[in-house]
Ligand binder design. Structure first.
Ligand SMILES: *Cc1c(COP(=O)(O)O)cnc(C)c1O
Length: 375
């Protein structure tokens, strides 16, 4: 069994994907081909923002947003302690200080209470300027924007949505990657909408920021590529990736998002009462980047993983270490003004199971039976 079966996805859509790639090969417009503009339009329309600026990957997308806002030395950026490394890495990369915030026990997403407390403490201390909140749509579910937006507004901060795992998710029909002042996503192959290499995108309704993003993404270009008015990056989405994404966005909309939601219901049906199954808030739709259960403790998790592995079923730990305990941050400026107990607990107990739109019901059943046996 595959954790995320990209081969089955390809085989199911081979003709369309091959043709899309072939068209680019024949035109040889590998950088800045028409497909790039076309996919940007489709992506913006899908998530419901005015602009989509594609780029080389989801990490660059976050960095570009911070560059546009001029975030740097002395600025505090609030980041969940339970996320992929990029979310905090980019903060350090632009010279600002990541301030780690605890997460909610049920959704694994940034805890609004913990965020409020962290902001108040940073402001009271007065050493750093509170500037940005990066909320992550972890495992496919939107962060709690109903509450986070109120806090961000009342504290006069900027909201950056890290939707790398959240593409396709929504709150009451409003889609992920449209909640931030700037929002980002990743097209890393294993994400809900993945390409065949690295890719990413930035979303915003703000015309000025969109123009700056387009400049920063190509060496800080001015009127053209050889007129450089600021220091930027080389961070483009290439034409082949855009062509693949055009096909994949179509099947994502038509079929895949619904399929992963069926898969997750099957899992939850079979696992409820046995392990803690994922909680999706009322009115929220997840795009199931991961289906993550909570085991009783790390011993039980070890046992489940081992027994699954014996039957050829992969499982993964996202994430085994809180951000504030990552080696990279030890020599750096970072701040932990609040307790991070939920994150520490989750890291010991969380376990992600195979999840993708092409799973078979027998495969879900087999996985769940082994988990029952391992209890
Ligand atoms: C994958 C991921 C990223 C980074 O995306 P890349 O395209 O791999 O650079 C950022 N944030 C989160 C939460 C992610 O899961």
């Amino acid at each position: 069994m595959e954790f995320r079966d990209l081969k089955r996805q390809y085989q199911n859509n081979q003709e369309e994907i091959d043709q899309a790639i072939q068209r680019v090969l024949l035109k040889t417009n590998f950088i800045s081909g028409n497909e790039v503009l076309e996919i940007e339009k489709s992506l913006a329309s899908y998530v419901g923002t005015k602009h989509c600026i594609s780029c080389a990957n989801g990490t660059d997308a976050l960095q570009l947003a911070l560059m546009v806002w001029g975030i740097g030395e002395g600025d505090a950026v609030f980041v969940p302690d339970f996320t992929f490394f990029s979310t905090a890495e980019v903060v350090a990369l632009v010279g600002a200080t990541p301030v780690f915030v605890d997460v909610d026990e049920d959704t694994f997403n940034m805890s609004p209470e913990s965020l409020q407390e962290a902001i108040e403490k940073v402001k009271r201390e007065g050493r750093l300027q509170a500037k940005v909140v990066i909320a992550v749509d972890l495992f496919g579910q939107s962060a709690n924007y109903d509450e986070i937006k109120i806090i961000v507004k009342s504290q006069h901060l900027m909201l950056l949505e890290d939707g790398a795992q959240g593409f396709g998710g929504a709150i009451r029909g409003k889609r992920n990657c449209s909640f931030g002042d700037i929002s980002t996503t990743s097209f890393f192959p294993a994400k809900p909408l993945g390409c065949y290499g690295d890719g990413g995108a930035v979303f915003t309704d703000n015309d000025d920021w969109a123009e700056l993003l387009r400049s920063y993404r190509v060496h800080g270009k001015g009127s053209d590529k050889y007129d450089n008015v600021r220091i930027g990056l080389n961070s483009r989405l290439d034409t082949l990736q855009a062509a693949v994404l055009k096909v994949k966005l179509d099947i994502f909309e038509r079929y895949e998002l619904e399929a992963v939601n069926q898969m997750s219901s099957e899992y939850t049906e079979k696992l409820k009462g046995i392990v803690k199954t994922p909680v999706v808030l009322k009115g929220y739709l997840s795009s199931w980047a991961q289906y993550s259960i909570l085991c009783k403790d790390s011993e039980e998790r070890e046992r489940i993983m081992r027994m699954l592995k014996e039957k050829g079923i992969p499982s993964m730990i996202y994430y085994c270490r809180p951000m504030h305990m990552q080696g990279a941050f030890q020599g750096l400026k970072y701040s932990c003004p609040v307790e991070l107990k939920v994150t520490e607990k989750l890291c010991k107990r969380v376990l992600s199971l195979p999840m993708h739109p092409y799973l078979k019901l027998e495969e879900i059943e087999e996985t769940c039976n082994i988990i029952k046996e391992a209890k």
